[in-house]
Design a protein around this ligand. Sequence first.
Ligand code: GDP
Ligand code: IMO
Ligand code: MG
Length: 427
Amino acid sequence: MTNKVVIGAQWGDEGKAKITDLLAQNADLIIRYQGGCNAGHTVVADGKTFKFHLIPSGILYKGKTCLIGNGTVVLPEYFEQEVKGLKEENIDLSGLKVSPLATITMPWHTEVDGYSEDNASKGKIGTTKKGIGPTYTDKMGRIALKIGDLYSKEALSEKLDVILPLKNKQLEKVYNLKTYTKEDVMELCKKYAEIFRPYVCFDWQELLRSFKREGKKILFEGAQGVMLDIDFGTYPFVTSSNPVGGGASTGSGYGPTVIDEVIGVAKAYVTRVGEGPFVTELTDSVGDSIREIGHEFGVTTGRPRRCGWFDAVTMKYACLVGGLTSIALTKIDVFDSFDEIKVCTAYKDRRNGKVYTDYPTDVYIHKYLEPVYETHAGWSEDITGIKKYEDLPINARKYLERLEEILEIPISIVSVGPDREQTIFKN
Ligand code: GDP
Ligand code: IMO
Ligand code: MG
């Protein structure tokens, strides 16, 4: 196995965790490189369901090193809760590590996120209210706390002298929210220091170097998806980090040269939670069927996911900006009972008939776009037990091969159910 990055190629929830878990079997080090507990990652192993938010999905295998990388934002209480849940399941956490350079989501970040969402009369994003945007804003604004700061009273004190006067002014004057005293925050940070103490990895440089030196296998786990990327997604209806393949090099401590492959996980249809454009969205009974059969409800927030046909326009874009070398296509089994399956190959502007085969990055025109579809015959057969590509029904193979043709990239993995076993590796 080479060093691989697993990323979401749509708007998140593509089944990344299932693929990460599978590939983690042959990896030594698994790194989550961006996002925070806005992620909801499901792994079904031997009939048992695990849900991860921050901890890399490779943790279920004993003896793997799982690093929460510098590019992530970490909500301490959520991390604590996740650790507790895994301990109760007797999962071995001896390989769990957290980068001291990861950014801390402080209470004011979640409060501001909640306030902004609840009070937005216009431009609501539909965030997970986990403080993601405000934490990354402060990281880029150079007024955030890093996990490493928790272990130096001096650094913490100096930083808070800069951060708090500014933050309190903002909280009070802009948001009408409660302010914080330095004593309150120092006390809170003491608690946070204890939460992270067993896991914080101060020797991460030597750790990363040694894995590389010894030719060990590294797997990078992305969260969210390309269309939620802060640079390339449907901005401003995006998250605040870089889920694209490139994020793995800035968010892990390894540069781009250690990466051999980028696998883009995509569903055989598209879902999205939260606001924002979605050209192939189905608001009819077909969309309802996809939601029901595919159990499309958010892992983190429980919200029903918006559903639509596979969008090859955004997918082609994701192949490019995500840096994909192949695709893992998931949930194709959801179509087992469908007579026909549609794939959007272009967008048409209903104002002037202009046809787009390249993704138009100006999202404000998306409301004028309608999908141009090609229709494929279904296979009307239960494929959830199929193990070999050749055993898939001919119509399923035709559909997959057509996607490869449109996208000009191979499909390396086909997932036909949530369980580890329900996976076809296609060479
Ligand atoms: P992630 O955020 O990309 O890791 O995906 P989520 O965990 O949020 O959502 C994917 C859901 O689909 C989970 O409930 C998975 O167990 C499930 N799943 C993954 N692959 C398949 C598949 O091939 N078929 C079916 N039916 N379910 C799948
Ligand atoms: P995984 O890793 C799907 C969406 C939110 C919202 C937007 C911004 O499970 O695929 P944020 O809280 O990040 O500021 O919200 O991004 N979003 C996700 N949608 N899957 C996710 O993660 C998501 N993480 C954030 O719904 O539209
Ligand atoms: Mg998810």
